[in-house]
Write a protein that binds this ligand. Structure first.
Ligand code: MN
Ligand code: MN
Length: 304
């Protein structure tokens, strides 16, 4: 079958109705009512799936063979309520709690970043407090936005407050640009989070950073990876709601994800792709490739 033919499931994988017998499930969360600026991430899962048909089964640089290693299925989308964010948050958490009754690792397609909070709630219920690698232009640790406690810009403050994430094993990479106050990144730092700004990443390989993150977290600690596509530079990923200049190069994004191999990754997400602002489809294509790399970095992935 030519790559552009047939039903566009993620990586042209089989779909599955339940998580039984599935090692890794791809789940779409088409939510964009948590965004503060441009909308459109409700179309993210479909567009990422559509662009993912180009991706082939083997990683040529890493030798990774995720589809020889795991049963991977496209588990479809969470049925969110497009009129009610709070209801959607509960729907997402319940959906993941059901999925996680099986020994499954979820890789989620956003959707805006708000989806990570209910996913982390379900993950923490199963695995306890997790370590977190968070790639983003933004810290997402505001207390409130327009008086709301749950938005795409507040989720990691909630995650720390709720004990879903261990701040001493939390790493925010790629933060930059303008803030509401000059000390915006300090709330997390004061809790013990490691903040690595984009400027600290410029012109560098991030492999040494990931070496030190792996030795800090260790091989056993359940760890979650949350990748906001706006962590990448808008020249490679313009199709997003809150783009910021001078972000990570694609190669640095790959180094971060590849550098997670050796950690006990229990799940990951790729969020904030907004197809209406993605005029070439390249943002969704980058996202699909990053999701492939996430599969390759799961513990037990075979390498040649
Ligand atoms: Mn974010
Ligand atoms: Mn962001």
């Amino acid at each position: 079958m030519p790559r552009f033919s047939g039903i566009a499931t993620m990586f042209r994988l089989p779909t599955a109705e339940s998580s039984e017998g599935v090692d890794v499930g791809i789940i779409g969360v088409p939510l964009d009512i948590g965004t503060s600026n441009r909308t459109g991430t409700r179309y993210g899962p479909r567009q990422i799936r559509s662009e993912s048909v180009l991706i082939r089964p083997y990683g040529m640089a890493t030798g990774a063979a995720p589809f020889d290693s795991f049963q991977v299925a496209d588990l479809g989308d969470v049925a969110i309520n497009p009129y009610n964010l709070a209801a959607s948050i509960a729907l997402i958490e319940n959906h993941y709690r059901d999925l996680l009754t099986q020994p499954l690792k979820p890789i989620s397609l956003g959707g805006d970043h708000t989806i990570t909070l209910p996913i982390l709630r379900a993950i923490a219920k199963k695995h306890g407090t997790v370590a977190l690698i968070h790639v983003d232009a933004h810290a997402d640790v505001n207390d409130t936005m327009f008086g709301e406690k749950i938005t795409h810009g507040t989720i990691f403050r909630r995650a720390i407050e709720e004990g879903l994430v261990e701040p001493g094993k939390m790493f925010q990479i790629g933060l930059r640009a303008t803030g509401y106050a000059a000390d915006d990144f300090d709330w997390a730092r004061d809790k013990g989070v490691t903040v690595v700004t984009a400027e600290e990443c410029w012109y560098k390989s991030l492999a040494p950073l990931m070496d030190s993150i792996r030795s800090n977290i260790g091989a056993e600690q359940p760890t979650y990876l949350s990748f906001d596509i706006d962590g990448l530079d808008p020249s490679v990923a313009p199709g997003t709601g809150t783009p910021e200049p001078a972000g990570l190069m694609t190669s640095q994004g790959l180094e971060i994800i590849r550098g997670c191999f050796g950690l006990n990754l229990v799940g990951a997400d790729l969020v904030e792709v907004s197809p209406p602002y993605d005029t070439t489809g390249n943002t969704a294509l980058m996202a699909a490739n990053l999701v492939f790399e996430m599969l390759c970095s799961l513990p037990g992935c075979l390498r040649r």
